[in-house]
Design a protein around this ligand. Sequence first.
Ligand code: F6P
Length: 540
Amino acid sequence: MFTELPAWRQAAADFKQDRKTTLREAFQADPGRAKAMSVEAAGLFLDFSKNLVSKKTMEDLFAVARACGLKEQIQAMFAGERINATENRPVLHTALRNRANTPVFVDGKDVMPEVNRVLKRMAAFSRKVRSGSWKGHTGKPIRNIVNIGIGGSDLGPAMAYQALKPFSDRKLRFAFVSNVDATHFAEETFGMDPEETLFIVASKTFTTLETMLNARTARAWLLKKLKSPKAVARHFVAVSTNAEEVAKFGIDTANMFGFWDWVGGRYSLPSAIGLPLMLAIGPARFGELLDGYHAMDRHFAEAPFERNMPVILAMLGIAYNNLAGAQSHAVLPYDQYLARFPAYLQQLDMESNGKGVDRQGRRVAYETGPVIWGEPGTNGQHAFYQLIHQGTKLIPADFIGFCKSHNPLGGHHDGLMANFFAQTEALAFGRTAEEVRAEGVPEALVPHKTFTGDRPTNTILAEKLTPAILGALVALYEHKVFVQGVVWNVYSFDQWGVQLGKALAAGIAPELTAEAKPRLAHDASTNALVRRYRKVNGRA
Ligand code: F6P
């Protein structure tokens, strides 16, 4: 257990000591602090100096990482060892963007030729659709592309499509349907012409209830207009690891883009799951995205922990989580294109490290993954920042911003970035009662207008949001999550916690629709809720 390591005890003691010093004092005492506590990698600049830690505590935390065998576990992941032990699988999303093309072996077989083959097929298909040479059943080119998938088969491409919109072909309209609520399908496809619409059914397992139901609805929607079942071949492609289920659904496996069980759903954006993104931005730009991922992968694998961006972010998060009682972590992108980035990170982080037992199956005696949340700035400033500035909870936050905008209109970008820099300054250094008084504020209001400061933030700054930068950013967080999973000694690549609800829903579904009054054997609350629903819908 990491909490029993001498290095951890040292970190705890030093961190406690650090917290007696304010950030104002820390910066005053060390003019080189900002420089010393900044790193650059893969086009990203990270300033972590506005954290409540000394350089000494950082060293302790790196020692904890070393004592947990982080170096060896990073190597094991990149080498394709079966580190996803509860599913007996390797974890090789890094192979998907292995631009060096060095061999990566799974059971003695190099996976790179297959990875490259699928990328080539995706590129060929994308070119056809983008050029209009891929025709729908009635001979019209495709104008609408609808991705049907959920979780990792939705959040990655949906987030990245939005992030990289300035690079996308604006003649194509993209939609992402995930929710089993039919409203999602109905609204996203509203006004689309089936003759010009291509559906990508994306599901690693091809058994996910929501996705299969949406896919069947999509097929019915298509056939209502196009009549012939032959139309399906021109309007449906699949992305999956499960060729058998794809064929059963009625999609020709010639129209299937595969990936492998060693790619976790929430890590699958650089696999064929990224097909909608490639269709939007084209194969070359998609290649740049992979380049960015790869650059961060190499940095993670090679940089010493002291300069290693994912390791730094991970260990800071662990300090707040396990030594300061922080329950959540905010991600605040100052870029409207990254509006879905927090939602994407929620799955990445919370499905990975939201675990309550360790790798030995014992209930953990310490906190694991935090609640991840966030909204783009500056919107969040006018909503929930009050609590971050003056509330009683410690909320470490990542601020993500860019020096250049894709939309340099008027003074918007400078205005945006002024807020970006101001917020971390305000959070770190606050405003003392003396300063407030000096402004002539009446005494009764002084406590209300005082800011304690010492609210920790990381600043991640890049030149411009490009495909490569997005790849680097996603890889940064993937590896941060990996490091934390290693220290917390949890399995970050399974997600058994999602199963119970699915199993219960499968049992409840027929109870909602049965003609005859079903015998309900749930608890009193669930039974009553099911009865109420049936009654409102005119069922016995
Ligand atoms: O229920 C959770 C989950 O299994 C995620 O891990 C996954 O990303 C999502 O469902 C979708 O799964 P699939 O791609 O197999 O449809």
